[in-house]
Design a protein around this ligand. Sequence first.
Ligand SMILES: NC(=O)C1=CN([C@@H]2O[C@H](COP(=O)(O)OP(=O)(O)OC[C@H]3O[C@@H](n4cnc5c(N)ncnc54)[C@H](O)[C@@H]3O)[C@@H](O)[C@H]2O)C=CC1
Ligand SMILES: O=C(O)CCC(=O)C(=O)O
Length: 633
Amino acid sequence: MPQPNTPLPYLIIDFDSTFTQVEGLDELADIALQGHPDREKVVGEIRALTDQGMSGSLSFSESLKQRLALLPARREHLPLLVAQLKGKVSESIVRNRGFFEQFPGRVYIVSSGFREFIEPVVADFGIAADHVLANTFTFDATGRITGFDPENVLSRDGGKILQLRELDLEGDVYVLGDGYTDYQIREAGLANRFYAFTENVSREAVVARADEVLPSFDEFLYQNKLPMTLSYPKNRIKVLLLENPDVRAAELFRAEGYQVDSVPGGLDEEELLERIEGVSILGIRSKTQVTARVLERANRLIAVGAFCIGTNQIDLTEAMKRGVAVFNAPFSNTRSVVELALGEIIVLARRIPEKNPKMHQGEWDKSARGSFEIRGKKLGIVGYGNIGSQLSVVAEAVGMQVLYYDVAEKLQLGNAVRCRTLQELLQQADVVTLHVDGRKDNTNLIGAAELAMMKPGALLLNNARGHVVDVPALAAALRSGHLGGAAVDVFPYEPKTNDEGFESELRGLPNVLLTPHIGGSTAEAQRNIAEFVPERIMQYINTGNTQQSVNFPNIQLPLQQAHRLIHVHANVPGVLARINNVLAEHHVNILGQYLKTNEHIGYVITDIDKEYDQEVIQALRAVEHTIKFRVLY
Ligand SMILES: NC(=O)C1=CN([C@@H]2O[C@H](COP(=O)(O)OP(=O)(O)OC[C@H]3O[C@@H](n4cnc5c(N)ncnc54)[C@H](O)[C@@H]3O)[C@@H](O)[C@H]2O)C=CC1
Ligand SMILES: O=C(O)CCC(=O)C(=O)O
């Protein structure tokens, strides 16, 4: 690891809820009360006392005394507790184990907890017993914990202050902790700075008094320019989520340590321009337009997540040229659209859109006129991609004959018959369903001429994109009675939020089923998407893996013991050679390297074998044609 530029201050680190994610005594209570009839009640009382002691509302010694009195703990519980705590060390501390191993002499664990469980946990990080200052238990002859050693200064009120006085450290002293007793060290003038550590718990009274708030230990290392495992603290990564993706997405990003902001509904270009600065990850669905202007303003954008299939709302090329990777969920809502389409075919074939409102108005219109079974009818699928081909299988299962047309060569499933032209399909199908992608060329793919080619009484479904159908032409074909009905889920203009009204020429037409772009809006699909997209983005940020990115060259380099650099550059000759020259000039050995290019950019992941210093980083950033350069770890 590179050495810090300035002498390292002494770090006084609290143990419970700081070094570890939990309070040691709470965990001990859990273990000791296994099988106890009042377990939950007693554990709850102990937790409440811990909290009161930590926030300063109960004196520390009183809180400790009362907690130990409630605790039927024994010596033999301690090994179990230690094993449990070793698995609950704070994630950012674990991540930066190397820092502790490198500077054990500058770190003291000062805790009102107990040496018996602290010492073995921190020893794994190279922190010696004489740098652990903590209470000690007292036991009776049978091994039951009876209390604490009253001679230990840490058992008293203001114990940490007394302990720091005894330590009498020379030089700068920084305190990191989550409790009031940690802040008191700074208040007593025994530390230069107090950092409220909030990775596990955030107490208002403590945060209010802190010099700095640390959502992670990475943040401390970053602020103080100290060696760290990550190149950038995750808590500095800002996520902006629009259009209400499932809550799971925010949960996953937060669990990763990112800051998450959500805006219900979509934002128009001007609104997005105002919000995009400083955002590292933008999450959208189908409505938000990510334009070249937005991307130009997006000064920290690393990735865009489309929480849907379609990505036509994003300027993919501009994003690529600016080194912004775009990910979507290419099959998380496929089945939901297929089920909707199948339902729509049946519903239209039975003229339900007409009958249902009549019933609600008290009109009984029992008639078979214009209604038919779908068995044996011809379903024409335009766009035989993920949705189209899955619908093909399901439609055959209910007895339909499937025809399909796709501009690309596609595997023919079951008994589906390929049409060579769109015209061939339109002329034969009883039901035409559109599942093409939203590329610009597909604008008005179905216009007046195509509608005229369809069989009289045929049905049309559009669950793809609004611009694919010429809506006035469709409305005319329905009004004239040439088409027997239509189901439309997507529109050239869609309201930004549920508060905006919906306008369309299709409103009020006979046997027309209109739905508010809900093809993928099922609990299952939304949950799948909210897991799929964040996972891809976090993988990209953490490992550089771009598999399934829709605009970046797809690369996956296996993880190895190395430092990883990623470099996005304009695809011109010689950039890789220049990167490697810089590494060679700095005597950095390459352990693995993978470059892939597309027509605009080159993306290269390089694993190197040794510590990098700022000079190498600056030199790599300065390589001509660099678009983005990141050190991952
Ligand atoms: N209504 C909704 O809520 C949802 C709508 N969608 C939309 O459904 C559409 C299809 O999605 P997927 O099947 O996942 O996409 P996909 O990319 O797997 O399939 C699209 C297929 O359309 C073909 N295609 C493109 N233009 C064509 C043309 N002019 N003529 C014939 N074939 C053409 C492509 O070659 C491809 O095989 C997309 O537009 C997507 O945005 C997707 C999910 C939900
Ligand atoms: O659910 C959404 O917002 C959009 C669904 C969609 O159209 C898609 O996945 O492409």
